[in-house]
Write a protein that binds this ligand. Structure first.
Ligand code: SF4
Length: 765
């Protein structure tokens, strides 16, 4: 059986030795890397060929890759490496890895072109100065062949065990039965749709109600598709820790037998959760688990993949046995795993590891994006950067002489720009060029300085903020707002606020073979497709709810307006309505308001006028134990009203089945606040999608309402009541966004019948 491996993977496996060293080494961005390669190629002669595909075999091993450039006239093969800072500080083991890679390309080239030898050139390109430093050597084909064979030989036993693993895995997955007695209503439709989408490739938005088992309903078909050779890897991406745990639980159930699980699963968590030496730099000179990391990695890796199911505790135990860093071990294991479970950030973030590997190794991946409605806000945050003038001032005060000039210039230009602004806050069409130039120069100066000086936490923190700002500014367009907010005295904050992340996410979806985004609230699908940058060919599935209209009594309260200007007048009627419902049917209720201030006024009035009703409230910044206390008051057959803010911690992901919750009051439409940022966002949404108000206010608002209302009916036996309090709920465009199965003033609306097959999202739906 042939085993295919990329040159880079092969060398990283066989040639990486020594310390882990991720100290201050700000690598160039992907864009800088591409630009750097272009600059070098443009300096070469007309016979220079770029991106040369090379491949060759050693026994059952098929090695392939793309060399950066070859000049047949000079018989010279080149490998480009872009970097920042001081080249002399590049760790020796990095350089050795680069040479190993180039020599393998050298042999593949000699073999392909029947050459007796070749000149190999390692070209290091400084992205700041655009200066090249070249190391070269002349090697005979025989010599290179030996080098190639030695690396392949080292990799062979791993490759054989990998092939055996895949065979075993695929065999077990072909036999895999759905790990629950039966599919829930709607779950089978979801599973079928996912399987079909993985077979064709492309994106699927699946709206499926809470309680049908979306986790198993998406993982099961994805694993089945893996067994059929449709995908190499599954990435299960979550917004919250609870989603990660549910995926791990479902995956555990999908591992038949007690012996070694057939599917390799790794849980990815933040560095802070796994680091054994918090606060220490990840530098072999300081952290004992970074020292000699690559020397001890092979044994740790072998043991870990033998265990196969690698949640964070298991990874930590293996790492302790081999005295390696658990965080970096988990990253290494993600390469060799079939399923990785982690935060959205691992694939969608700016320097996302899983995305980078997908592109580099050309993996066919299936993304399963859990609770995907959260991706809109999460992605906006990932592509937003800000700089506080206070941050600049504090590093400027302590700056070494060598940075003073650069910081002075930034401070001067920044001060001028801010002083020219009369208002406290303004949104600009572009980032002032002079400010960017000054920041870029300061970043370059900090790279040089930090590369040589010892650790300086404050300066490094400012450096990374400034770098992120400059990189985002380099890609500035209408999807991002540039804002300056003025504070007291000279204080001001610069912010690049992303409002339409689709432009950044589109390449992420394009690199995946299949992307399945699922949630209970993905209405309307065109909104998510447009904002998230999903392809036009994306399909939509609306899974019919397993719940019956009789289970939920929905009452529209048209006589009350919760608009800001009407809030004072709304307090008494809302409190009265709650008291009336409570008297008619005592039990546990949740009340959702649009803000803490509104919440306190309504809850206060209710307690004052109806002191017999137990009331408890959410507070701003509630910590985990307080949240647990809040939820613990929803006892089975308990009585009282818990007040929470819409869109907050209790408005989604909270499961209170049966008599723990028998009703909810939603006294708001959930519309985001009208402010300068949202008004500008509306204008941009209008220009881009022709639906400014809906995309900025209405859809995000109603999604929050539906999420919150979803707390009431959790199982097929639950019964409850939902009050939607605001006259605007009577508008047909609002009611169209509410779930089909709800019966509002009449029978439920007909379900569009999307369960019979996926549908392409209609334009403007
Ligand atoms: S243990 Fe902590 S400090 Fe050491 S290498 Fe790992 S993450 Fe870095």
């Amino acid at each position: 059986m042939t085993y295919e491996v990329a040159v880079r993977t092969l060398c990283e496996f066989t040639a990486k030795r020594g310390n882990l060293d991720v100290r201050f080494t700000p690598s160039p961005s992907a864009l800088e890397g591409i630009a750097g390669h272009r600059v070098i190629a443009s300096r070469r002669g007309s016979s220079f060929q770029t991106e040369l595909t090379l491949e060759g075999d050693h026994g059952p091993l098929h090695v392939r890759g793309r060399a950066d450039g070859y000049d047949p006239d000079d018989n010279r093969l080149e490998e480009f490496k872009t970097y920042r800072g001081e080249l002399a500080r590049m760790p020796e083991n990095h350089r050795a890895l680069h040479w190993a890679q180039l020599r393998i390309y050298g042999w593949l080239l000699c073999k392909q072109k029947s050459l007796s030898g070749v000149t190999l050139a390692l070209v290091y390109f400084d992205v700041a100065s655009e200066r090249e430093t070249v190391f070269d050597e002349v090697r005979s084909a025989a010599d290179l062949e030996q080098h190639f064979a030695a690396h392949c030989q080292q990799f062979m036993s791993w490759a054989e065990s990998e092939s055996a693993h895949r065979q075993l895995r695929d065999g077990a997955l072909q036999e895999l039965r759905f790990p629950y007695p039966d599919f829930h209503a709607g779950q089978r439709d979801l599973a079928r749709a996912v399987y079909r989408r993985v077979r064709t490739g492309g994106a699927l938005l699946a709206q499926a109600p809470t309680g049908i088992g979306k986790t198993a309903g998406t993982l099961f078909p994805a694993l089945k598709a893996m067994a059929a050779g449709q995908v190499d890897k599954v990435f299960y991406l979550v917004a919250k820790t609870s989603g990660r745990q549910m995926a791990l639980d479902a995956l555990r159930r999908m591992q038949p037998g007690d012996s070694q699980p057939p599917v390799r699963v790794v849980e990815l968590v933040a560095r802070g959760k796994l680091c054994e030496y918090p606060g220490m730099p990840c530098d072999g000179a300081v952290c004992p688990l970074a020292r000699g990391f690559y020397d001890r990695l092979p044994a740790a890796r072998t043991e870990a993949i033998g265990i196969s199911f690698l949640d964070q505790d298991t990874v930590r135990q293996v790492a302790r046995r081999h005295q390696v860093c658990p965080y970096y071990l988990s990253q290494e294991l993600a390469r060799w795993s079939d399923v990785a479970v982690g935060d959205y950030n691992y694939y969608f973030g700016r320097s996302a590891m899983l995305f980078g590997w997908t592109v580099t190794h050309q993996w066919r991946v299936c993304l399963l994006v859990d609770e995907a409605h959260n991706l809109v806000e999460r992605a906006r945050a990932m592509y937003t950067a800000s700089l506080d003038h206070e941050g600049l001032e504090s590093v400027r005060r302590q700056a070494p002489e060598v940075l003073r000039g650069a910081f002075e210039r930034v401070a001067r230009v920044w001060g001028e720009v801010a002083a020219a602004q009369a208002e406290a806050h303004r949104i600009y069409d572009e980032v002032p060029r002079e400010l960017l130039v000054a920041l870029d120069m300061a970043v370059a100066a900090m790279v040089d300085h930090l590369g040589q000086a010892g650790p300086d936490e404050a300066l490094q923190a400012f450096f990374f903020e400034a770098l992120a700002f400059c990189r985002l500014a380099a890609e500035f367009d209408t999807s991002t707002l540039f804002e300056i907010t003025r504070g007291e005295g000279a204080r001001s904050v610069l912010c690049l606020r992303n409002v339409i992340p689709g432009r950044f996410l589109a390449p992420r979806f394009a690199a995946a073979h299949t992307s399945v985004l699922f949630s209970a609230t993905l209405t309307p699908p065109a909104f998510f497709r447009d904002i998230l940058g999903l392809p036009r060919t994306s399909e939509y599935l609306d899974v019919q709810s397993p719940f019956q209209a009789e289970q939920l009594t929905v009452r529209l309260v048209r006589s009350i307006s919760t608009r800001f200007r009407d809030r004072g007048r709304s307090l008494a009627p809302i409190a009265q309505l709650m008291a009336r419902q409570y008297a008619a049917k005592p039990g546990n209720y949740l009340a959702f308001l649009s803000s803490f201030e509104y919440l306190d006024r309504v809850a206060g009035l209710l307690s004052e006028r109806y002191p017999q009703i137990p009331v408890w409230r959410q507070h701003p910044g509630m910590k985990e134990p307080d949240r647990e206390t809040f939820l613990a008051r929803f006892l089975p057959d308990g009585q009282g009203i818990g007040f929470a803010v819409l869109g907050g911690a209790f408005a989604e992901g909270v499961d209170l089945p049966g008599s723990r919750l028998i009703g909810a009051f939603v006294a708001t439409l959930g519309l985001p606040q009208v402010n300068a940022v949202n008004e500008e966002m509306q204008r941009r949404m209008d220009t881009l999608f022709g639906a400014g108000y809906d995309y900025t206010y209405l859809y995000p608002g109603i999604q929050k309402v539906v999420q919150a209302a979803g707390r009431v009916i959790r199982t097929a036996t639950d019964r409850g009541v939902l009050y939607l309090i605001d006259d605007r709920y009577a508008q047909s465009k609002v009611r169209k966004l509410l779930p089909h199965w709800w019966s509002i003033d009449g029978p439920p609306r007909a379900h569009p019948g999307a369960t019979v097959g996926n549908q392409t999202i209609p334009a403007g739906d």
